[in-house]
Write a protein that binds this ligand. Structure first.
Ligand code: NDP
Length: 434
């Protein structure tokens, strides 16, 4: 805390993990002897760099770029890139720290990393985004590689940005390798990667509901926040599984559609022309638009799937959800619930699926993309989706087994932290004090 007092999100993420993993230390004195916790909170490497580019008006713009290579005990660093004005060192470190355990939970050999920039792509032309991505990669390329560090997308980094980043990497390195995931299908991308985080979130929720409550999505009312990559495919899968999704949002406000969100309209607005969600209410009869994205948690529902950003559900949001009958919160976004919100869930018996488990489907299919690149082949959508579902079911099972052994039986948060931690800690001990 002394060293990183100016990084509240990072401290929040570390505290949550450390509070829940204490019980394993009794069985594993070697963790303390080998300084696992002290080493775990210090990134192996963090690079911070200037990204200079020229806008359409010919003016020089300067942004900050980051890549944190947090932990490589179980595989090459792996984690997305986020382009958003709120990006700073603390945000990148919280995301990188969470990524260590998430990647471990997938069962695939991937270490933890994350990166990004305070660049805001909103309102920028395609050509500006391309020049920014090229400048960003001109520095980043020397720090990454298919066996070293494999970035992917995150907020505001989708297929377009990954394409520009990949093109510049290939040019500089003079190598065509799987150095990024989330690539276009024409140049090494995996089928089902676009859908993976949202679909995976629903597979996870479905499996947790089945095992813990003998229940399912069928007939449930679902509130979703966000309208980006994760939100869109969470809505799609929840609908396929028989739920009625009544909301989605962006940073300006949310829409409530009592007859169920028409996903084709959302896709047309967000994927078709990068528009604002307010447009939905202008196009769909009976739908309401409300200014302010946090109001979304006051909409009555059975299941809430936050899919926008960190700390989007505070204590009031959590109380409103519970009061209006919500009994399930599974996280598509990273750390969307504040610690006080999580307390509200735990006290009220809400089935709580934490981000590092519930949204691991994205990085899981990224891991599968790396495998396909290494084999130089591609699997069908069905095959990849099937593997994704298997991985999400397994995360639920492993989390519940770890919670039963070390924590509160049925507590998916404790279970995810413990199960993710054990594998990394064992590898860190085995690899010596480095
Ligand atoms: P997108 O950029 O596709 O969408 C982000 C959505 O969240 C948009 O609707 C955006 O609204 C909204 N949003 C972003 N920042 C804020 C903010 N500060 N306040 C309110 N709303 C905001 O990103 P993704 O869907 O990829 O990511 C969403 C979340 O899921 C993030 O937490 C990300 O880390 C996490 N995640 C993503 C994975 C992936 O595979 N993409 C994997 C695992 C986790 P607006 O357009 O107005 O900015």
């Amino acid at each position: 805390e002394e060293r990183d007092g100016d990084q509240p999100e990072f401290l929040q993420a570390v505290r949550e993990v450390f509070e829940t993993i204490q019980p394993v230390f009794k069985d594993h004195p070697e963790y303390e002897a080998s300084g696992v916790l002290e080493r775990l909170v210090e990134p192996e490497r963090l690079v911070k760099f200037r990204v200079a580019w020229v806008d359409d008006a010919g003016k020089v713009q300067v942004n900050r770029g980051y890549r944190v290579q947090f932990n490589s005990a179980i595989g090459p660093y792996k984690g997305g890139l986020r382009f958003h004005p709120t990006v700073n060192e603390g945000v990148i470190k919280f995301l990188g720290f969470e990524q260590i355990f998430k990647n471990s939970l997938t069962g695939l050999p991937m270490g933890g990393g994350k990166g990004g920039s305070d660049f805001d792509p909103k309102g920028k032309s395609d050509a500006e985004v391309m020049r920014f991505c090229q400048s960003f990669m001109t520095e980043l390329y020397r720090h990454i590689g298919q066996f070293t560090d494999v970035p992917a997308g995150d907020i505001n980094v989708g297929a377009r940005e990954v394409g520009y980043l990949f093109g510049q990497y290939k040019r500089l390195a003079n190598q065509f390798t799987g150095v990024l995931t989330g690539k276009g299908l024409e140049f090494g991308g995996s089928l089902a990667r676009t859908e993976a985080t949202g679909y995976g979130l629903c597979y996870y929720t479905q499996e947790a509901l089945r095992v813990l409550r003998n229940d399912s999505f069928a007939g449930k009312t679902v509130v979703v926040s966000g309208s980006g990559n994760v939100a869109i495919f969470a809505i799609e899968k929840a609908q396929q599984l028989g739920a009625k999704v009544v909301t989605c949002s962006d940073s300006n406000g949310y829409v409530y559609d009592p007859s169920g969100i028409d996903l084709d309209v959302v896709k047309d607005i967000k994927l078709g022309h990068r528009g604002r969600i307010a447009e939905y209410a202008e196009r769909v009869d009976g739908a309401e638009y409300h200014e302010g994205c946090r109001g979304v948690w006051t909409v009555p529902c059975d299941i809430a799937l936050p899919c926008a950003t960190q700390n989007e559900i505070d204590v009031e949001g959590a109380r409103a959800l519970v009061k209006n009958g919500c009994t399930v919160v599974c996280e598509g976004a990273n750390m969307p619930s504040t610690p006080e919100a999580i307390e509200v869930y735990q006290k009220n018996g809400v089935l709580y699926g934490p981000a590092k488990a519930a949204n691991a489907g994205g990085v899981a299919v990224s891991g599968l993309e790396m495998s396909q690149n290494s084999y130089r082949l591609s699997w069908s959508f069905e095959e990849t989706d099937e593997r994704l579902k298997g991985i999400m079911d397994n995360i639920v099972a492993e989390s519940l087994a770890a919670a039963k052994q070390y924590g509160d039986e049925g507590n998916l948060m404790e279970g995810a932290n413990i199960a993710g931690f054990l594998k990394v800690a064992n590898a860190m001990v085995a690899e010596g004090i480095i």
